[in-house]
Write a protein that binds this ligand. Structure first.
Ligand SMILES: *Cc1c(COP(=O)(O)O)cnc(C)c1O
Length: 384
């Protein structure tokens, strides 16, 4: 989980369809600035409140700068390293430190970065913050809600009764009480938000507290398979739920990661060997396909022959291994790829701007997070 985002500018790459060579032998990403801009604008114009970016989805400076240019002025950070990355490209941005468990050294670093918005989910973490006068404290709560690709409630979030008690403590100590939740990631339907927002109104009411803000988390779906998700439908459900649940809805905040940045990169891999219906790629679950252990494989995949032509054979299931010597380095389910795929082909995967580069390890000497910026000539972007 230790991808060094500063690698992201090391080296350049000729891009898809260019001549092969040593540089082209390793995996790389192709940045799509326009797609990043489009996603940011869809959130900024469609979401009924403040849009903050959850930096962990992709901390690359090119991403942070693109979002900042598009008008994102607040960032959800989880560590001092993420704070520093944001400050490098957006010195005046608001930072929300929404990792509810922190060491004293991390709290001190956050104060030096000017953090004035924190989340907590247990009394001891509130105590650790010391003087909170004037700071926003967002109490993170959890419900049992299905619908996300995997469950975030197992680690963080207070039960509703505890959230009531925490809101009261925050108010007593002079903080600005808010509520927050994170419904999971890649939530295909908007129902989790409707349930969480109704519960938030109930918690605030029981605490006798007027919320400074309600942060509805991230978890918005990216386009991974099938049709692109209906983000505006999610926003409309959130607006409606807030109107239904509160007499006067508090200002809303969201903190998407995936849905803002997934389309900002394609991943370009290379087939290293083919053996029957098994193939070896130059990257796998220890690298940019790390998430594919936990989520179903995406279907936005094209296979391109060395001459630049797409393979058009009938799709068949392939067993896919990564490049390391570890037998765990295998996709959990077969991948549907053209039957005429061959050694040396490139495999181009769309929608890989989120949780791909940020999860790359260097295990066994593999794994890179190089990004090609397709501004020059000769790059042919493929729609995947
Ligand atoms: C990871 C995370 C996010 C972003 O989640 P996405 O699924 O990428 O939108 C937002 N908020 C919190 C608290 C998180 O941990």
């Amino acid at each position: 989980m230790a991808g060094d985002s500063r690698h992201l500018f090391e080296g350049t790459n000729p891009g898809i369809g260019a001549a092969s060579g040593a540089d082209d032998d390793a995996p790389y990403f192709v940045h799509d600035a326009q797609a990043l801009d489009r996603a940011a604008r869809a959130f900024l114009s469609g979401f009924p409140g403040q849009v903050t970016y959850a930096v962990k989805a992709n901390p690359a400076p090119v991403i942070l700068a693109g979002l900042s240019r598009a008008g994102i002025t607040a960032f959800d950070v989880a560590s001092p390293a993420e704070m520093a990355l944001v400050r490098d490209v957006a010195p005046d941005a608001a930072l929300h430190y929404h990792n509810p468990v922190r060491s004293p050294a991390e709290i001190a670093a956050a104060r030096r970065h000017g953090i004035a918005s924190w989340s907590i989910d247990r009394p001891a973490e509130l105590d650790k913050l010391g003087d909170i006068a004037g700071d926003e404290i967002a109490v993170r709560f959890k419900l049992t809600v299905r619908g996300a690709a995997y469950d975030f409630g197992a680690k963080f979030g207070a039960e509703p009764d505890m959230a009531v008690a925490l809101l009261r403590l925050v108010a007593e100590r002079g903080g600005r009480p808010s509520l927050t939740f994170h419904p999971g990631t890649q939530c295909e339907g908007a129902e989790p938000w409707a349930r969480y927002i109704a519960a938030a109104a109930d918690i605030a009411d029981r605490a006798g507290c007027r919320l400074a803000r309600l942060n509805v988390g991230g978890g918005f779906p990216a386009h991974r398979s099938g049709a692109a998700p209906d983000l505006q439908g999610h926003f409309d459900t959130i607006t409606q739920a807030a109107t239904d649940a509160f007499d006067t809805p508090p200002p809303l905040v969201c903190e998407p990661g995936r849905a803002l940045v997934a389309d900002a990169a394609q991943l370009v891999l290379r087939v290293k060997a083919v053996d029957g219906r098994t193939l070896f790629l130059n990257d796998g679950v220890y690298g940019a396909l790390g998430e594919w252990r936990d989520l179903p494989a995406a279907d936005r995949v094209a296979v391109v022959a060395p001459d630049g032509q797409p393979r058009s054979g009938a799709p068949v299931p392939w067993r896919v291994f990564g490049p390391t010597c570890d037998s765990v380095d295998m996709l959990p389910a077969p991948l549907s790829l053209p039957e005429d795929l061959q050694d040396g082909d490139r495999v181009v995967i769309g929608g890989m701007g989120a949780y791909a580069g940020s999860l790359v390890t260097r295990f066994n000497g593999y794994g890179t997070t190089r990004v090609a910026l397709p501004s020059g000539t000769g790059h042919r972007r493929r729609a995947v």
